[in-house]
Design a protein. Structure first.
Length: 412
């Protein structure tokens, strides 16, 4: 089961180890009082505390300088050129450190995403390079109060008026809307054209704040991320060069982007599941109940065995799917075979659900100690519960898998 990383990845994993020790761990030590206390982790408004935010940004920039932050992107735009299969091991390494500041080592939805691959040559210096380098952050705004699982319900519009695009809408449940330097927004430009109705726009958030771009509330999520919120577009005026890719090409870009999010679940959930398994085994060995270690009870042993089964199955499935995916062109490509689409949905569904079951058992086996907020066990449980919603819910993944098998509820 212990499927090893390819040889070319070994020095990168060592580099990450050194980077974590030099750049991440010292900042975590300094901010321990905030990282281990949800009241200190957020500010009075419920947003990520500025000190935590600043530390994350410092790590992103340092990781950018070291060439770690964008290892997943192609070299032609400044990335490391790793395949998704190779990135599995990088992501597994980065998340193996738990839930401190370590996730900031790698680009996430607020950083260098595959949407950048669709920017034109002349857009690269201004819009792409700073995100690839971790110098700036962005948000990806697709969801709206009335459009989540089905983006065809979208109401945000971009209408061409006297040479400029005028955007209006309300985007909700967005990661990083308050801190992002760059906004990526999906809007309807060509209603009634099915998948060709949507266009992606990018804009400088600071330049438009109060001038067409207005922050809404921050959401109090169950995992206290302090990063999720809403915003409003009120006659936001943008030029043609704000378009990412082509007019009408937004749906394909959104799917390329979301596919990346889904595939990224594999290394992340594997690492966090293993983290929980290791700590649970440790606890089952050291915790005595009724004069003997908890782990000597067969009922407990079977629960631990089920945790390992869930982790190992999702990991093996993910690696097989990612390997199959390598053979079918660039991972950010917009033309995917039904098998590719199914594999991506299988990765997200299997990882999200198995990680959730692992986390649930870890909490149960830790007893009252697992219920306490501000423990890593509990935090990972909250995160695991959350993961089953963003990036396409469990149900959306099941529907996608069924559709690749020719089962459709509408049309055809
Ligand atoms: C922490 C967090 C961060 C997020 N970050 C972003 C972000 O950065 N950018 C962004 O654009 N969005 C983001 N989202 C939004 C996320 O993508 C949506 O929440 C998700 O797609 C589900 O949409 P919804 O919440 O509107 O639920 P709904 O679409 O209302 O669905 C509710 C429930 O019904 C189920 N359901 C829906 N349709 C069907 C069906 N046909 N058959 C069976 N069941 C169905 C769903 O699976 C779900 O369980 C984020 C969400 C969260 C929680």
């Amino acid at each position: 089961m212990d499927i090893k990383p390819p040889a070319r990845i070994a020095p990168i994993l060592e580099q990450i180890e050194r980077f974590h020790a030099a750049e991440v761990r010292p900042r975590e030590d300094k901010l321990r009082h905030r990282l281990e206390n949800h009241r200190e982790y957020l500010d009075a408004d419920g947003r990520l505390h500025p000190e935590v935010q600043a530390a994350r940004r410092e790590i992103m920039r340092a990781a950018g300088r070291e060439g770690i932050f964008s290892l997943h992107l192609p070299q032609e735009i400044g990335g490391g050129g790793l395949t998704r299969h190779e990135m599995f091991f990088v992501e597994e390494k980065v998340y193996s450190y738990g839930v401190g500041l370590n996730p900031a080592m790698l680009a996430w939805t607020d950083g260098a995403t595959p949407r950048l691959m669709f920017c034109r040559e002349e857009q690269r210096a201004r819009w792409v390079a700073p995100l690839v380098a971790g110098e700036k952050t962005c948000f990806n705004a697709v969801t709206e109060p009335g459009a989540g699982s089905n983006l065809f319900d979208m109401k945000t519009t971009a209408v061409k008026k006297a040479e400029r695009w005028v955007l209006n809408g309300h985007k909700s449940l967005i990661t990083n809307p308050f801190e992002a330097d760059v906004g990526h927004v999906l809007a309807v430009t060509d209603p009634g054209k099915g998948a060709h109705s949507f266009t992606y726009f990018q804009f400088d958030t600071a330049a438009h704040l109060g001038r067409g771009f207005r922050h809404g509330r921050v959401y109090k999520t169950m995992f206290d991320d302090g990063l999720t919120g809403e915003f409003f577009l009120e006659d936001l005026a943008l030029d043609d060069d704000a378009i990412i890719g082509e007019r009408g090409g937004g749906f394909q870009i959104a799917m390329a982007s979301i596919n990346w999010t889904r595939m990224r679940r594999a290394g992340m959930c594997s690492a966090w599941s293993k983290y929980l398994i290791d700590r649970t085994v440790e606890r089952m060995r050291s915790r005595d109940v009724g004069g003997r270690p908890l782990g000597s009870n067969q009922g407990v042993q079977w629960m631990v065995a089920d945790m390992v089964l869930d982790w190992a199955q999702a990991r093996a499935l993910s690696l097989a799917c990612l390997q199959a995916f390598e053979a079918s062109g660039p991972w950010w490509g917009t033309r995917r075979s039904p098998e590719d689409i199914r594999n991506i949905a299988l990765i997200k569904l299997s990882n999200d659900e198995s990680f959730f079951r692992v986390a649930d058992r870890a909490v149960q086996l830790h007893g009252g100690a697992g219920i306490m907020k501000d423990t890593t066990i509990n935090k990972l449980f909250q995160i695991a519960r959350n993961l089953r919603i963003p990036g396409g819910t469990d149900e959306v993944q099941r529907t996608t898998i069924a559709e690749t098998l020719g089962l459709r509820s509408r049309g055809e």
